[in-house]
Design a protein around this ligand. Structure first.
Ligand SMILES: Cc1cc2nc3c(=O)[nH]c(=O)nc-3n(C[C@H](O)[C@H](O)[C@H](O)COP(=O)(O)O)c2cc1C
Length: 359
């Protein structure tokens, strides 16, 4: 594409990608196939390391390296996962270009990553979290506005983005509600260095999400219905409504707690966590967050329920995290088509703006 350099931003140099377009980590969705599709199309992809089994993660990293001709990509992790240390070691061992995370890593961990020349790029949903993340050592920040998919804050992208851009001096990547070239150009106009998208990449032909689940996404045409609920794990999460959410809405608090405990036990078994590890994670979560015991137990719900939709192909019984932008996406294009289409449209819009004549 001849417009390559026209949209080059400092983010492209920092991450080593052609276009300032990032595919975010999505639990059970952002596996090697999606990262390979994104990377080979000129974007920058993150492997969802928090939900890839410890026995498989190294092989997934190697597959991405092999099938992208060793182009740069990133790894997502969170400090609460039992194999967090393994992921940090792998990121350093394979000199991955970037890591992404939410809350968690301390200055020492971030220092080790930065010393290995790894870009530390957390996702935040509020200005104070952006400032804190930079204080801890982050050298790029993804800001996710409230319209974004999965766990999300309440401030919309158009309010959060300028707030953070004005307050920090590292590259800012805008997330939440992006899917086309108009969005990319608007984000750059706000002062962002690029855009990051979850839902748009989930809804591609490179995504390994089972068809039964993808069809539910495609059938959702009303953005208003892709709403936020606290019922899954006690934290605000934006999702497509389904039978499971209706059940939770009608369930008594006691029944919800019973469901949460059962799912937490399954999650513990699945991750191979020892009771000691589970207790230590539980205690850490309790110390860091003043929410109730029930909510802390419920934190295991999100990964278990996401898996039902994204791996088992059972969308009625799981969680379908989605940004409101899902309502605007009508078909499953390849990552290549999505990225080249976004770049092309951004260029067209930019030319049109440049041609506006003064009154
Ligand atoms: C299905 C799904 C799963 C997600 N899982 C995670 C996750 O495991 N970790 C994370 O940091 N963000 C997660 N997110 C949030 C995305 O990384 C991203 O920030 C968000 O999707 C951006 O908004 P958009 O959907 O409007 O593009 C998830 C989002 C979706 C849609």
């Amino acid at each position: 594409m001849s417009e390559v350099n026209a949209l080059r931003t400092p983010l492209c140099d920092l991450l080593g990608c052609r276009y300032p377009i990032v595919q975010t980590a999505m639990g059970y969705v952002a596996g090697a196939d999606l990262v390979i599709g994104t990377t080979n199309a000129g974007g920058f992809g993150f492997l969802a390391g928090a939900t890839i089994h410890a026995d498989k993660i190294e092989a997934e990293i190697l597959r991405v390296k092999r099938e992208t001709d060793d182009q740069p990509f990133g790894l997502n992790f969170h400090m609460f996962q039992p194999n967090a240390q393994q992921l940090l070691d792998l990121a350093v061992k394979y000199r991955l270009r970037a890591v992404s995370y939410g809350r968690g890593p301390d200055k020492k961990v971030i220092g080790r990553l930065r010393d290995a020349d790894i870009v530390c790029m957390p996702t935040v949903g509020a200005l104070k979290h952006a400032q804190k993340a930079i204080e801890m050592g982050a050298n790029a920040i993804t800001v996710q506005g409230g319209e974004g998919g999965g766990h999300t804050g309440s401030v919309p992208t158009t309010v959060l983005l300028p707030q953070v851009v004005d307050a920090v001096s590292v590259p800012v990547i805008a997330a939440g509600g992006f899917y086309d070239g108009r969005g990319l150009l608007a984000a750059l106009a706000f002062g962002a260095s690029g855009i990051a998208m979850g839902t748009r990449f989930l809804m591609t032909s490179d995504s390994k999400v089972p068809d039964a689940t993808l069809q539910r996404y495609l059938a959702t045409k009303d953005a208003e219905k892709i709403a936020v609920s606290h019922l899954v794990d006690g934290m605000p999460q934006r999702m497509i409504p389904n039978e499971y959410l209706s059940m939770l809405e009608k369930a008594s608090p006691m029944k919800r707690l019973r469901i949460a405990v059962n799912l937490a036990l399954k999650w513990k078994a699945e991750t191979g966590m020892t009771t000691g590890q589970a207790m230590s994670i539980f205690m850490k979560a309790m110390r860091e967050d003043s929410s109730s015991v029930a909510q802390t137990v419920m934190a295991a719900n999100a990964p278990m329920l996401l898996q039902r939709s994204m791996v088992d192909g059972n969308p009625a019984d799981g969680v379908m995290s989605a940004g409101q932008v899902a309502a605007l996406i009508g078909k499953l294009d390849s990552c290549e088509d999505v990225i080249s289409g976004i770049v092309r449209q951004a260029m067209v819009r930019r030319t049109a703006l440049n041609e506006l004549t003064p009154a």
